[in-house]
Design a binder for this molecule. Structure first.
Ligand SMILES: [Zn+2]
Length: 336
């Protein structure tokens, strides 16, 4: 059995531990959102700082001073450098659709550098977790680079990222990459069922195969309105203005993500005959897809992706939704 926090992380866990044992001083933990990378990084730190790890599989003991301090977030040899509200984006507590883009600033890295100047308190080295690494601003990244180039002895940096390509290349190149991927679909569904979620397959599809995001979706009240929203998208004669009024209280990022997944499914359906996200709405998707040119859908989807840039702070949320829906129904007016 794996000692990683989640069953789909077993292979990455082995890789990370082995890479560290071979003497690597910086890991880049990369993978899509919702795979539990932050929990992985903290567990890895604990397995390194535990003072009585199991001889057999390096499992942290959970009983020593190091384990207690790490769990309490007070271990003097453990530093978490985190973007404000970043925990929301890759943990089980994640608020779907409410991701705030905030950067890690130079002051946070200066504080880190100062703390690294002291020798280790408990004699097991130090672990620094940076989350998420793509949100280091340029000055912070440059300051961190100095530590990565001349790492203090016995220090392991674990940089966590949802978007590896956006991590500054000079930082990226000084790290050993450990990739996290979704696991076997059945194993992920079983894990969701074990946490009490029925319809695990549907939520997994809606999350793009990210189990923690699937769990967050299942717990989010706004998602109860998804069915009526999609029914209207697929219905003939829906009035976009009335529809925007009806769903005006939904968070714009959430509505945009439903729409993007819907138009993605329309494109996907025209090439594969099935959907990828809204798998419970395939009959509606099929009807809409048959009435529209694939090129027009692709262009619409491109506009929805572009709308991502302003979705976190639209001037007027209802108008924003109205414009999206007018655009959608101009392209995809379902015919009967
Ligand atoms: Zn321990």
């Amino acid at each position: 059995m794996s000692v990683a926090p989640y069953p789909w992380q077993a292979e990455a866990w082995r890789t990370a531990r082995e890479t560290w044992k071979r003497g690597a001083h910086a890991l880049l933990l990369a993978g899509q959102k919702g795979l539990g990378k932050r929990d992985f990084a903290v567990a890895l730190a604990q397995s390194i700082l535990c003072e009585a790890p199991s001889d057999r599989d390096d499992r942290a003991c959970e009983g020593c001073t190091g384990c207690h301090w790490l769990r309490a977030g007070t271990h003097p040899d453990y530093v978490l450098v985190e973007a404000p509200s970043a925990a929301d984006t890759d943990g089980a507590q994640g608020q779907v659709g409410a991701i705030r883009e905030r950067q890690i600033g130079i002051d946070q890295i200066r504080q880190l550098t100062e703390s690294l100047a002291f020798t280790t308190h408990r004699g097991r080295g130090k672990v620094v977790v940076v989350h998420p690494a793509e949100q280091l601003n340029a000055a912070a990244a440059n300051a961190l680079l100095k530590s990565l180039e001349e790492p203090p002895a016995g220090t392991l940096f674990v940089l966590v990222t949802n978007r590896r390509a956006l991590v500054i290349p000079t930082v990226r190149s000084r790290c050993q990459c450990v990739s996290l991927r979704p696991g076997e679909r059945q194993a992920m569904q079983q894990w969701l069922r074990d946490t009490g979620i029925e319809d695990a397959g549907l939520y997994l599809a809606l999350s793009g195969q990210s189990p923690l995001e699937a769990a967050a979706i299942a717990a989010d009240d706004h998602w109860r309105q998804r069915g009526s929203f999609l029914n209207q998208l697929g219905a003939a004669g829906t009035d976009p203005v009335a529809m925007a009024e009806r769903f005006r209280d939904l968070p714009p990022p959430l509505v945009l993500s439903w729409l993007q997944k819907w138009t993605f499914d329309l494109m996907y359906h025209s090439v594969s005959g099935r959907g990828r996200y809204h798998v419970d709405y395939e009959p509606s998707i099929s009807v809409v897809a048959h009435g529209v040119s694939p090129l027009a859908i692709a262009k619409l989807h491109g506009r929805l992706v572009a709308a991502q840039r302003v979705v976190n702070h639209p001037v007027n949320a209802r108008l924003f939704l109205e414009q999206l829906l007018i655009d959608y129904f101009n392209v995809c007016a379902p015919e009967r």
